[in-house]
Design a protein around this ligand. Structure first.
Ligand SMILES: [Zn+2]
Length: 183
């Protein structure tokens, strides 16, 4: 089988990036890797402070706190250890990320999670309704991402995050109000 997956992925505005295995906790400057994300995804400068992890302590949940974690894992309900690139506890606005994965697309995905948490219940339902209509439109970028990226199809929260990750500003305008700090 020779399915041209990479070529199709490359048709998305922000295709998946390769991890950089030369990065480790000792040689990775978190702030500069976040800056690469801000520039690539054109995040409004007035919101940089919210995302850039300068918060002093974990109790202060006004802003995001980003930490490097060289051995990040997730324990499944049946006790399996699964290594993960990054994870965010939305309520604490705390994000952990493995140094190899300090990449714009990973930040883009994770930064959406606290924003989703800030939506009202009605807004979440509105987003879901609009999303489920828009993803059916033939030859749209959103349909392409939906078809190519199985993780988008796991939950609406992951669909919200991956829509930004793969489409950025090229997502449908109707969805942008649900990513307030990023546009
Ligand atoms: Zn996620």
């Amino acid at each position: 089988m020779c399915f041209p997956f990479k070529k199709l992925d490359g048709e998305l505005p922000f295709p998946e990036e390769k991890p950089d295995y030369k990065r480790n906790v000792g040689n990775t400057n978190l702030a500069s890797t976040i800056m690469v994300f801000f520039v690539k995804y054109e995040v409004p400068e007035k919101n940089w402070d919210f995302f850039n992890g300068v918060r002093e302590n974990i109790q202060d949940t006004e802003e995001m706190l980003v930490e490097l974690d060289g051995s990040l894992f997730y324990l499944t309900p049946d006790g399996q250890v699964v290594l993960i690139p990054a994870g965010t506890v939305s309520q604490l606005r705390l994000m952990k990320i493995r140094p190899e994965f300090t990449l714009p697309g990973i930040y883009g995905h994770e930064f959406c999670h606290p924003l989703w948490d800030m939506l009202t219940d009605d807004e979440e339902i509105e987003f879901q309704t609009k999303f489920n209509e828009l993803r059916l439109i033939e030859r749209s970028l959103l349909k392409k991402a939906w078809d190519l990226k199985p993780y988008m199809r796991t939950t609406i929260v992951e669909a919200h995050a991956d829509t930004y990750r793969y489409l950025g500003k090229y997502m449908p305008n109707e969805l942008k109000p649900y990513y307030t700090m990023l546009f």
